[in-house]
Design a protein around this ligand. Structure first.
Ligand code: FAD
Length: 320
C-alpha cells in the first residue's frame, strides 16, 4: 500500500481550502494511506476537517521553534525528515506561492523528483500531467525514484468529503541548528479582500478599468457575488491594483468555478493563470478581442455599464 503525504497549509487551526483539494487528490490512489503533514501547533483544531476530507493520519510536526513557518529551511528539513520517518511514497502540496517554495526545498533535501503545477496524477502508472509553456501545452511526465514531490495547481481537484477514522501522531523532528533564512516580518497585502488563489468566483479587471478608484465597481460586484477581485498585469503595472491580485504567468494561478474578465484582452500570459476556470465570462467592448475566442460567455459592451448592471441585477436576485 502506498503512503501518500499531504502538506497541510493552515493558520491558527484553520486549514486552507486548496489544501483540502490536495487531500482529495491523494485519495485518488485507491490503495493509498493518506498522511496529513501538519507543521503548525494546532493539530487538534485541524483534526475535524482533515478527518472529514480523507486523512487517515495526522502527523503533527514539532520542532524547538514556536513558529516554524518563519524558518523556511528548518520547515523543509522537518518535513523531509517526516517523509523519511513515515516512509512516504509521495508528498502532495498546493502549487501556490508558499507551496512552490517549500516543495522545492523538500525535494532538494530528499533528492526526490519534483513536479509543480500538476493537473492530474495517475498513481498506478506513476505519471503526472502538468501545465507547460504558460499553459500552451501540457506534458505527461513519468516519475523515477521516490518519494514523489508534487505541487498541485490550486482548485484543480475540488475537495470531496470522505470521512476516515483519523488519529494524530506527534513527531519531534530533528532539524538543523543553522537557520540560513529567517522571515522577519509578514505584511498583509493591501488588497484587503479574499485571496484569489482560494476563491471560487473571481471578477478581474484589466487596463480598461482605468484607475484604482474605478476598481470600486468590481469590488461592489464581488461583494454581491461573494467573489474575490483579480487583475491583469497591465492593471497592476499601472498601479490600479496590488500585485497580490495579479492573475497570470507572473501572478497567481487560479481555478475558480467562475471567472469574469472585465476589460481584459486575453493575452496568453493572462490565460496561463486562469485557463482552468470552469466557466469564463468576458466583458469587452471590442468584438475582435482575443478573449472572445476563449471564453464560455462573452458580453460585448462597456464594462462601466455592464458591471454595475450586473451588480444591480444580482443584488435584486439576492433580495428576493
Ligand atoms: P490590454 O491588452 O490593453 O486589454 C484591454 C482590453 O480592454 C482590450 O481588449 C479592450 O478592448 C478592452 N476595453 C477597453 N475599454 C473597455 C471598456 N470600457 N469596457 C470593456 N472593455 C474595454 N499579463 C497578465 O495579465 N498576467 C501575467 O501574469 C502576465 N505575465 C506576463 C509575463 C511576461 C513575461 C510578459 C511578456 C507579459 C505578461 N503579461 C501578463 C502581460 C500580457 O502580455 C498583457 O500585456 C496583459 O495581460 C494585458 O492586460 P489587459 O488585458 O488588461 O490590457
Amino acid at each position: 500500500m502506498a503512503r501518500i503525504g499531504v502538506l497541510i497549509e493552515a493558520r491558527g487551526g484553520e486549514v486552507k481550502k486548496t489544501t483540502l483539494g490536495a487531500l482529495t487528490a491523494a485519495r485518488r490512489d485507491p490503495e493509498g494511506e493518506v498522511y496529513a503533514l501538519l507543521p503548525e501547533p494546532n493539530a487538534e483544531a485541524c483534526h475535524g476537517v482533515l478527518r472529514q476530507y480523507g486523512a487517515d493520519r495526522i502527523v503533527a510536526i514539532r520542532t524547538p521553534e514556536a513558529d516554524i513557518s518563519l524558518f523556511p529551511d528548518v520547515q523543509a528539513a522537518a518535513l523531509a525528515a517526516a517523509i523519511d520517518r513515515f516512509q512516504l511514497d509521495a508528498l502532495l502540496g498546493v502549487s501556490g506561492q508558499a507551496g512552490r517554495d517549500l516543495l522545492a526545498r523538500i525535494a532538494s533535501i530528499a533528492g526526490a523528483p519534483l513536479v509543480l503545477d500538476c493537473l492530474d496524477i495517475d498513481f498506478p502508472s506513476g505519471t503526472v500531467r502538468k501545465s507547460h509553456f504558460s499553459g500552451k501545452t501540457t506534458a505527461t511526465l513519468r516519475l523515477n525514484g521516490r518519494p514523489w514531490i508534487l505541487g498541485i495547481r490550486p482548485n484543480i481537484f475540488p475537495e470531496k468529503i470522505d470521512p476516515r477514522p483519523c488519529d494524530i501522531v506527534l513527531y519531534e523532528a530533528p532539524v538543523p541548528t543553522l537557520k540560513r533564512l529567517v522571515i522577519r516580518e509578514v505584511k498583509q497585502g493591501s488588497s484587503g479582500g479574499p485571496d484569489v488563489s482560494e476563491a471560487e468566483i473571481i471578477i478581474s479587471g484589466g487596463r480598461a478599468v482605468g484607475s484604482a478608484e474605478n476598481f470600486r465597481i468590481l469590488k461592489e460586484c464581488a461583494s454581491v457575488l461573494g467573489a474575490a477581485v483579480g487583475a491583469s498585469r497591465a492593471a497592476v503595472d499601472a498601479g490600479f491594483a496590488s500585485h497580490a491580485l495579479q492573475v497570470g504567468q507572473t501572478g497567481k494561478t487560479v481555478s475558480p468555478r467562475l471567472y469574469i474578465a472585465c476589460g481584459i484582452s486575453g493575452s496568453v500570459q493572462h490565460f496561463a493563470g486562469m485557463k482552468t476556470a470552469k466557466v469564463i465570462v468576458a466583458v469587452n467592448n471590442d468584438p475582435d478581442a482575443p478573449i472572445f475566442q476563449k471564453c464560455d460567455y462573452g458580453l460585448l459592451g462597456d464594462l462601466f455599464e455592464v458591471v454595475p448592471a450586473l451588480t444591480r441585477a444580482l443584488g435584486l436576485t439576492q433580495a428576493k
